[in-house]
Design a protein around this ligand. Sequence first.
Ligand SMILES: [Zn+2]
Length: 276
Amino acid sequence: MPEGDTVYRATARLHRALAGKSILRSDFRVPSLSTVDLAGYAVAEVVPRGKHLLMHLQPPATADPEFNQPPLTLHSHLLMEGRWDLYGQGERFRRPAHTARVVLSFDGVTAVGFDIAQVKLVPTAEETQLVGHLGPDLLGTDWDAPLAIENFRAHPHRGIGEALLDQRLMAGVGNVYRCEVLFLTRLHPLTPIGQVVNLGKVIEMSQRLLEVNKDRPRRVTTGVARTREPYWVYRRAGSPCLRCGEKILLLKIAAEDSGLERDCYFCPSCQPARNT
Ligand SMILES: [Zn+2]
């Protein structure tokens, strides 16, 4: 699953290349959208919403306003493998063509969405049906820390490690940041939210890590001076803790809603379980 900062960067790149440009040809290789033709629509902006990428499209102008098409939102969720690439005129795809799901051709540039698991097209007015379930966006213009804290507090019995990945509470944290934030706030992943006294700090740390990394090509949570070891605990099971030397452990935590298990890395010495 990409982290919020990955989607933010992908979005910024698309926005720079496409904003203001009109679509010359569109080719949707997903059954539900195979007959859609977006020729004439112009890209107003490309914005991130948590891990979702939203392309806002303005309809072509018509002589008679009565025949105006509504503004549309092209929504894509990159999930594990998905990505958007940009190609110049005549340039060959750098990925297998059969994995292309959406091909949007503009004057001089083509945007291709590869392996995108979810792609939807809705009137922009109905966009909230797609992303309205998301909690406050850590990198959004409407970021709301008190609301995020309130959302977590409403689930006192859930483990903080499990809840941090729940995009309905707060949008943008993936597995890397989940592990790193817990290390930096010295919390055992299974600590029930009701026992997390420094919840505000957890939220603040999540926001800060995404913010400092959002324009960096390489993600680092240990500080720029430590780029050889970019993470404190993520994917470091069995290696010594960079702070105390204890062996980093791995815990599988199932998501409450999907049951999907994700690896969670932590230092048993820096992040001790509290028996209360
Ligand atoms: Zn440690």
